[in-house]
Ligand binder design. Sequence first.
Ligand SMILES: [Zn+2]
Length: 551
Amino acid sequence: MRSNFFWASALLLLSSGAYAQKATSPSNTTSYVSSRSPKSVARPKLVVGMVVDQMRWDYLYRYYDRYSNDGFKRLLREGFTCENTFIPYTPTITGCGHACAYTGSVPAIHGIIGNGWYDRQLNREMYCAEDSTVKTVGSSSKAGQMSPKNMLVTTVADELRMATNFKSRTIGIAIKDRGAILPAGHTANGAYWYDGSAGKFITSTYYTNVLPDWVNQFNDEKLPEQYTAQPWNTLYPISTYTLSTADEKPYEGKFKGENGTSFPHKIAGPAQLASLPAGNTYTLEFAKRAVESNRMGTNGVTDFLAVSLSSTDYVGHQFGPNSIEAEDTYLRLDKDLGEFFKFLDKTVGKGQWLYFITADHGVAHVPGYSKENRMHGGTVSTGESVKILNAGVKKEFGIDKAILDADNYELYLNYAAIPKVKMAEVKEYLIDELKKIPGVQEAFDLKSIGAGSLTQPIKNMVTAGYNAKRSGDVMFTLQPGWIAGGNTGTSHGVWNPYDAHIPLVWMGWGVKPGRTNRNTEMTDIAPTVAAMLRIQMPSGNVGHVITEVAH
Ligand SMILES: [Zn+2]
């Protein structure tokens, strides 16, 4: 009965024209004996997932007029855009975002509650992709001691592997290790990230004991040296960057060795590649090589490539979203994307690859920019705040080092030092004192979020981000426009739209051009891919299929 129903549905889909493109250009993955009895499940040859680190939704339109026809404009022209896609949890941070987009799950379940968190067993910070049981492959540094083991659920790439009895090939690629490792999942054929100290893509023994030949060959071409041989200058004459602030601003971060924040930027060498738009170019060149060398999309089974572009995040943190540097980075990314799409058309075939682009989080304006323009904003120093709070608890209760660590806007309390009978009182004290810190909006006991009076949607987002085994004890939120950070640059991590409203555009196989302003969530990405591929959704999925995309 079930299979009859399935095929009946499939036929309906076919007759609705959703896969007209497939029907008119059958491939080895989609052969139909007749229009009424499909022989095999229709799937794309290749799925390409792309996360642009720190890309806010509004960047699709902010620089639209200057984008080329082949990059973002092609996406919006040929693709389907979910205009109001939100991250449904806090903190809105890289590790969590990469896990969420590919698992359809939230930190409460997938366990990646930040880029790092305080590990109470180890009495130290745990990095999200850290794995001391594996070794670096490809360089002599420790940058390869990474794996997805801290992520507690499967990704949609894992599900594809299992659905095809591991015939599908899945590869994750990014400058940042976590951007490559978490999306590709536990069963990945490979994950590669950039070791700046070596100027190379590396991996870990979790995946392989030796770098594949194609990776060695790519590394031998020493592209990072080429990309960093010249200063970073603007792509077009700097006078044409009219959508950004003046080049020199005191609230922008300086590159090491520079006296100001103006173009052209001197480049120190391959170690700096991650912080340049060329870092994205380099990543996409490597992605192309991965497709070619592994003949991805031409194996008669659907393959999966997960690419994350990390350099947008480094540029954004240092210079902020209103800088010429950010504008130049997106104009260059647009060109690189155009080339990448053409490459996929040529290598895999137009209409044969399914693509989505999203972001792991957005970003706040630089507080200095907000103040300059008479809006609210400021910085909270977490480290300084912890020192003051610890001194206060010492004075009030005679307890030393009551706060062990602070991460992800959460305080981890010292259970050994605080007597059980005093815990409630100490928490109450800390909550009251936190609220007095300029820029702090609200503070609350994480163990009783359900009972608290937090406003929606913050309450739901905090709850989805709270993992009982890994999260802290007391959490604080910031006033709009405020960041946890230093004197220059900006950051992200809070519930507000500038951090939580991300792009989500689909293009290619089975996607009809269009748009929706209906609210969708980051957790909807993985189940939508799963629905289109006719595979099981990931093991911790809480998202919903976007039915406008997966017809
Ligand atoms: Zn990020």
